[in-house]
Design a protein around this ligand. Sequence first.
Ligand SMILES: NC(=O)c1ccc[n+]([C@@H]2O[C@H](COP(=O)([O-])OP(=O)(O)OC[C@H]3O[C@@H](n4cnc5c(N)ncnc54)[C@H](O)[C@@H]3O)[C@@H](O)[C@H]2O)c1
Length: 326
Amino acid sequence: MESFRNARVLITGGLGFIGSNLARRLVEAGARVTLVDSLIPEYGGNLFNVEDLQGKVTVNIADVRDEHSMKHLVLGQDVLFNLAGQTSHMDSMQHPITDLEINAKAQLYILEACRQSNPGVKIVFASTRQIYGKPDYLPVDERHPLRPVDINGVNKLAGEWYHLLYHSVYGVRTTILRLTNTIGPGMRVKDARQTFVGVWVRALMEGKPFEVWGGEQLRDFNDVDDVVAACLLAAARDEANGQVFNLGGKEVVSLDRLAELLVAANGGGSFVRKEFPPERKKIDIGDFYADASLIRATIGWEPKVTLSDTLTRTVSYYRQHLVQYL
Ligand SMILES: NC(=O)c1ccc[n+]([C@@H]2O[C@H](COP(=O)([O-])OP(=O)(O)OC[C@H]3O[C@@H](n4cnc5c(N)ncnc54)[C@H](O)[C@@H]3O)[C@@H](O)[C@H]2O)c1
């Protein structure tokens, strides 16, 4: 963490779930942090996420689709954590062009701005396991074919490859992290745009049963603190330059089991099992869990937080702060 003392750091999507947790950690490490976020209401940005950081970070409300703002914002930064994104799979199907503009086109604005005005910057890009599509085998490693099943996956894939290309052609130091489902304080719980776990938590907090669709699908989950640790390591280590790494959870569980663990973490509550709605079924990827051995071998990251600790911490956060997220 010493490498971040006085470092100038820009986080796109910095008012969102992962970005704000990352900002907190960077402030503790002595970095000079700027957060850029558009605060579009349907997305995960929330000023409450950084309430405790007031006066300690610079907040710039701007849209990554604004080429001129991005040119200005990347100037002089040592590290860019590029986390801004449209995250909803269903929204990407309903508004494909918006998804394209944020997850692909804006990524080119950002990379071009860096190439032209700050080619020495280190960039960590938050990609997603969604780009693999329905797995051919499990656990999914980085050599697995890429066959996105929705518009969001296609555009995130383009965003990822632009970053890789700017490394191979222009030498910009970029690292790609393919995130799996991430949980923790600050996640969007208003609706399922970011994660279905969000609506489960909200229903629990409101004393209502939550819905488990299917139930047998296997998944892995990361605590947001583990994801933040991966971002920091990827930024600090040169071995990560030009690399693509999966993140992956400590445990693999069915959604039924996850629901039971969540109820246990809350000390009560209930859920009902439902058939998958047909429009969701079409873009569902079935079982998925990642092989994260490459990042462990290359830069020494591995998940530390157990799923049940993550769920307990998350539930206790929303018990206190739910109203700020509705
Ligand atoms: N949370 C997960 O489970 C998960 C899984 C896979 C990948 N990811 C990726 O990680 C990144 C961060 O995700 P998150 O979970 O923190 O979600 P989030 O929605 O909380 O964060 C994304 C942030 O980007 C901001 N944003 C969106 N469009 C923008 C724009 N045009 N200009 C400026 N800001 C904009 C949003 O306001 C939000 O604050 C995303 O790129 C996402 O695709 C997250």
